[in-house]
Every structure is written in C-alpha cells, then in structure tokens.
Design a protein. Structure first.
Length: 84
C-alpha cells in the first residue's frame, strides 16, 4: 500500500519560516478586522502591543511577532473585550 503525502505538510517541513510567516499573516489579518471595528482610539496598552509587534517584524523576529499578534487577537476578539 502507498502512503498519502500532504503537499502542504511537506512544504511546511521544507520551509519552517514560511509557516511562521503564514501564522503572522493570519494573526495580523485578525487584528486588522478587530481594530477596524473598534470605535475611537485604542487603549495605550493595545497601541504599545501593536508597536512591539511591528518592531519584532522589522527586527527579523517573525515568530515573536506572530506569538504577540495571536495573543493580542485572542484578547481583543474575546466578548469581554468589546463589553458584550
């Protein structure tokens, strides 16, 4: 019997940096949606975290940026964050 090979998993194993960049892209997309829906100005803590994400990206640390972006998106998407 043959073995089924997932091309996506194969590519991910060949280029782990691409996996991190995809994570970062998804997290930033989530953040963009959440930030666009929020009325008014962002809280200073959120602005600071967004700045740290941008700094991590520009410093060549996409894994750190992805981790931060995912955490922030999780927090901002939580119903308690919108006052619901």
């Amino acid at each position: 019997m043959g073995e089924i090979v997932s091309l996506a998993e194969y590519r991910d194993r060949q280029n782990p940096g691409l996996v991190v960049m995809r994570r970062l892209e998804r997290a930033v997309g989530r953040l963009d949606g959440v930030v666009q829906r929020r009325p008014g100005r962002m809280a200073p803590t959120i602005e600071r975290e967004l700045m740290l994400i941008a700094r991590a990206v520009s410093s060549g640390m996409p894994r750190d940026a992805a981790d931060r972006a995912e955490r922030l998106a999780d927090l901002l998407e939580h119903p308690a964050a919108s006052g619901s």
